[in-house]
Design a protein around this ligand. Sequence first.
Ligand code: ADP
Ligand code: MG
Length: 306
Amino acid sequence: MKTRKYAHVKDSYNESPPGNNNNYSDERGDDYVLDGTPALMKNFDNVPKPFESGSTPLLELKNIAKEYVDDRGKKIVVLNGINLSINHHEYISIVGPSGGGKSTLLRIIMGLETCTTGEVLLKGEPLKGKVDPHMAMVFQSFGLFPWLTVVENVEFGLESNHIPKDERRKKSLNIIQEVGLEGFENAYPRELSGGMKQRVGIARALVLDPEVLLMDEPFSSLDPLTAEALREEILKVWSNRLTTPDVVIMVSHNVEEAVYLSDRVVVLSHRPASVVKEVHIDIPRPREKRDTSIYDYTDQITTLIA
Ligand SMILES: Nc1ncnc2c1ncn2[C@@H]1O[C@H](COP(=O)(O)OP(=O)(O)O)[C@@H](O)[C@H]1O
Ligand SMILES: [Mg+2]
C-alpha cells in the first residue's frame, strides 16, 4: 500500500493557528485558506494512467445481487447481477436513477453491508463481509460526530488501528493541514460551513490511507463554488501517484461532474439495478471544464439514465 508523503507539512502542527480570520467564515472563503492556495493543491503530481494491461484488477464485483425484506415481509430486489472490474489508478463514477441501489452498492464494496449473492474481490482476494481497511467512505451528509472536535473526528477512525495516541494525533493534524483546515483543529462541526465539514469528512477518510476512496454524492449538498473547489482537490489527491488513494469510486447524480472527473462512468438501471453501460471518458487530463466533449458525454449518459 502506498503511504502518504508528509514532507511538505512536516512541522506545521507546531505553528500557532491563524486565529479568527474572516476569510474562514463563509462558504467561498473556506476554499481560499492559508496563502490563497488550498493546501491539497500543493500535493499535485503527475496524472495517472488508468489501464495497465496484464495486471490483476484492483477490485472486482462478481455477479452482485442484493435483496431486502420490507416491513410487510415482501422481498425487494435492489441489485441484480452487477459485474464490474476496476483497474489500478482509475477514477470511476456510478450514476443512475434515485433509489436504484447506488448507495447500497458502495456499502457492499466497503463491506458495511453483505450482498445476497456474488462476491467482491480486492486484488483477487474475496472480501469476507467485514469493513475493509483498504477503503474509506466520504458521505453526502458528512457523517461527523457533533460532540467531537475536528481533530477528534479525524482521529476517530484510527483508534481501531491500534496506532499509539500521539501518532494518531500527529497524523490527523497533518491531514487537517493538507485539506486546508489548519487553525480549526479544535472547532466543533457546528462552527463550520458545509464545505469545511466536508473537508473534515475527506480528512477523516484520507487519514486511513485508503487504497480505494468511496464517495457517496460527496459534493451534492455544497454550494456550486465550494463543490467545484473540492472536486479539484479530490482530483489532485487522486492524481498524486505517491499518495493514497489509488482508486476513487464516486456515486453522483450530477452527470457532468461524473464525466469531468472520471475515467469511466458506470450507468445503472432502475431497481433492480444492473449495469446498463460503462462509458469510457476518453478526454486527456488535465481536462478543461468547458471542453465540448464533456457536454457530448454528458448528453449521451443522461439519455441512458432517462
Ligand atoms: N436496509 C434496508 N432495508 C430495506 N430496504 C432498503 C435498505 N437500504 C436500502 N433499501 C432500499 O433499497 C433501494 C435502493 O436504495 P439506495 O441504495 O439508497 O439507492 P440510491 O443510492 O441509488 O438512491 C431503495 O428502494 C431503498 O428503499
Ligand atoms: Mg444514495
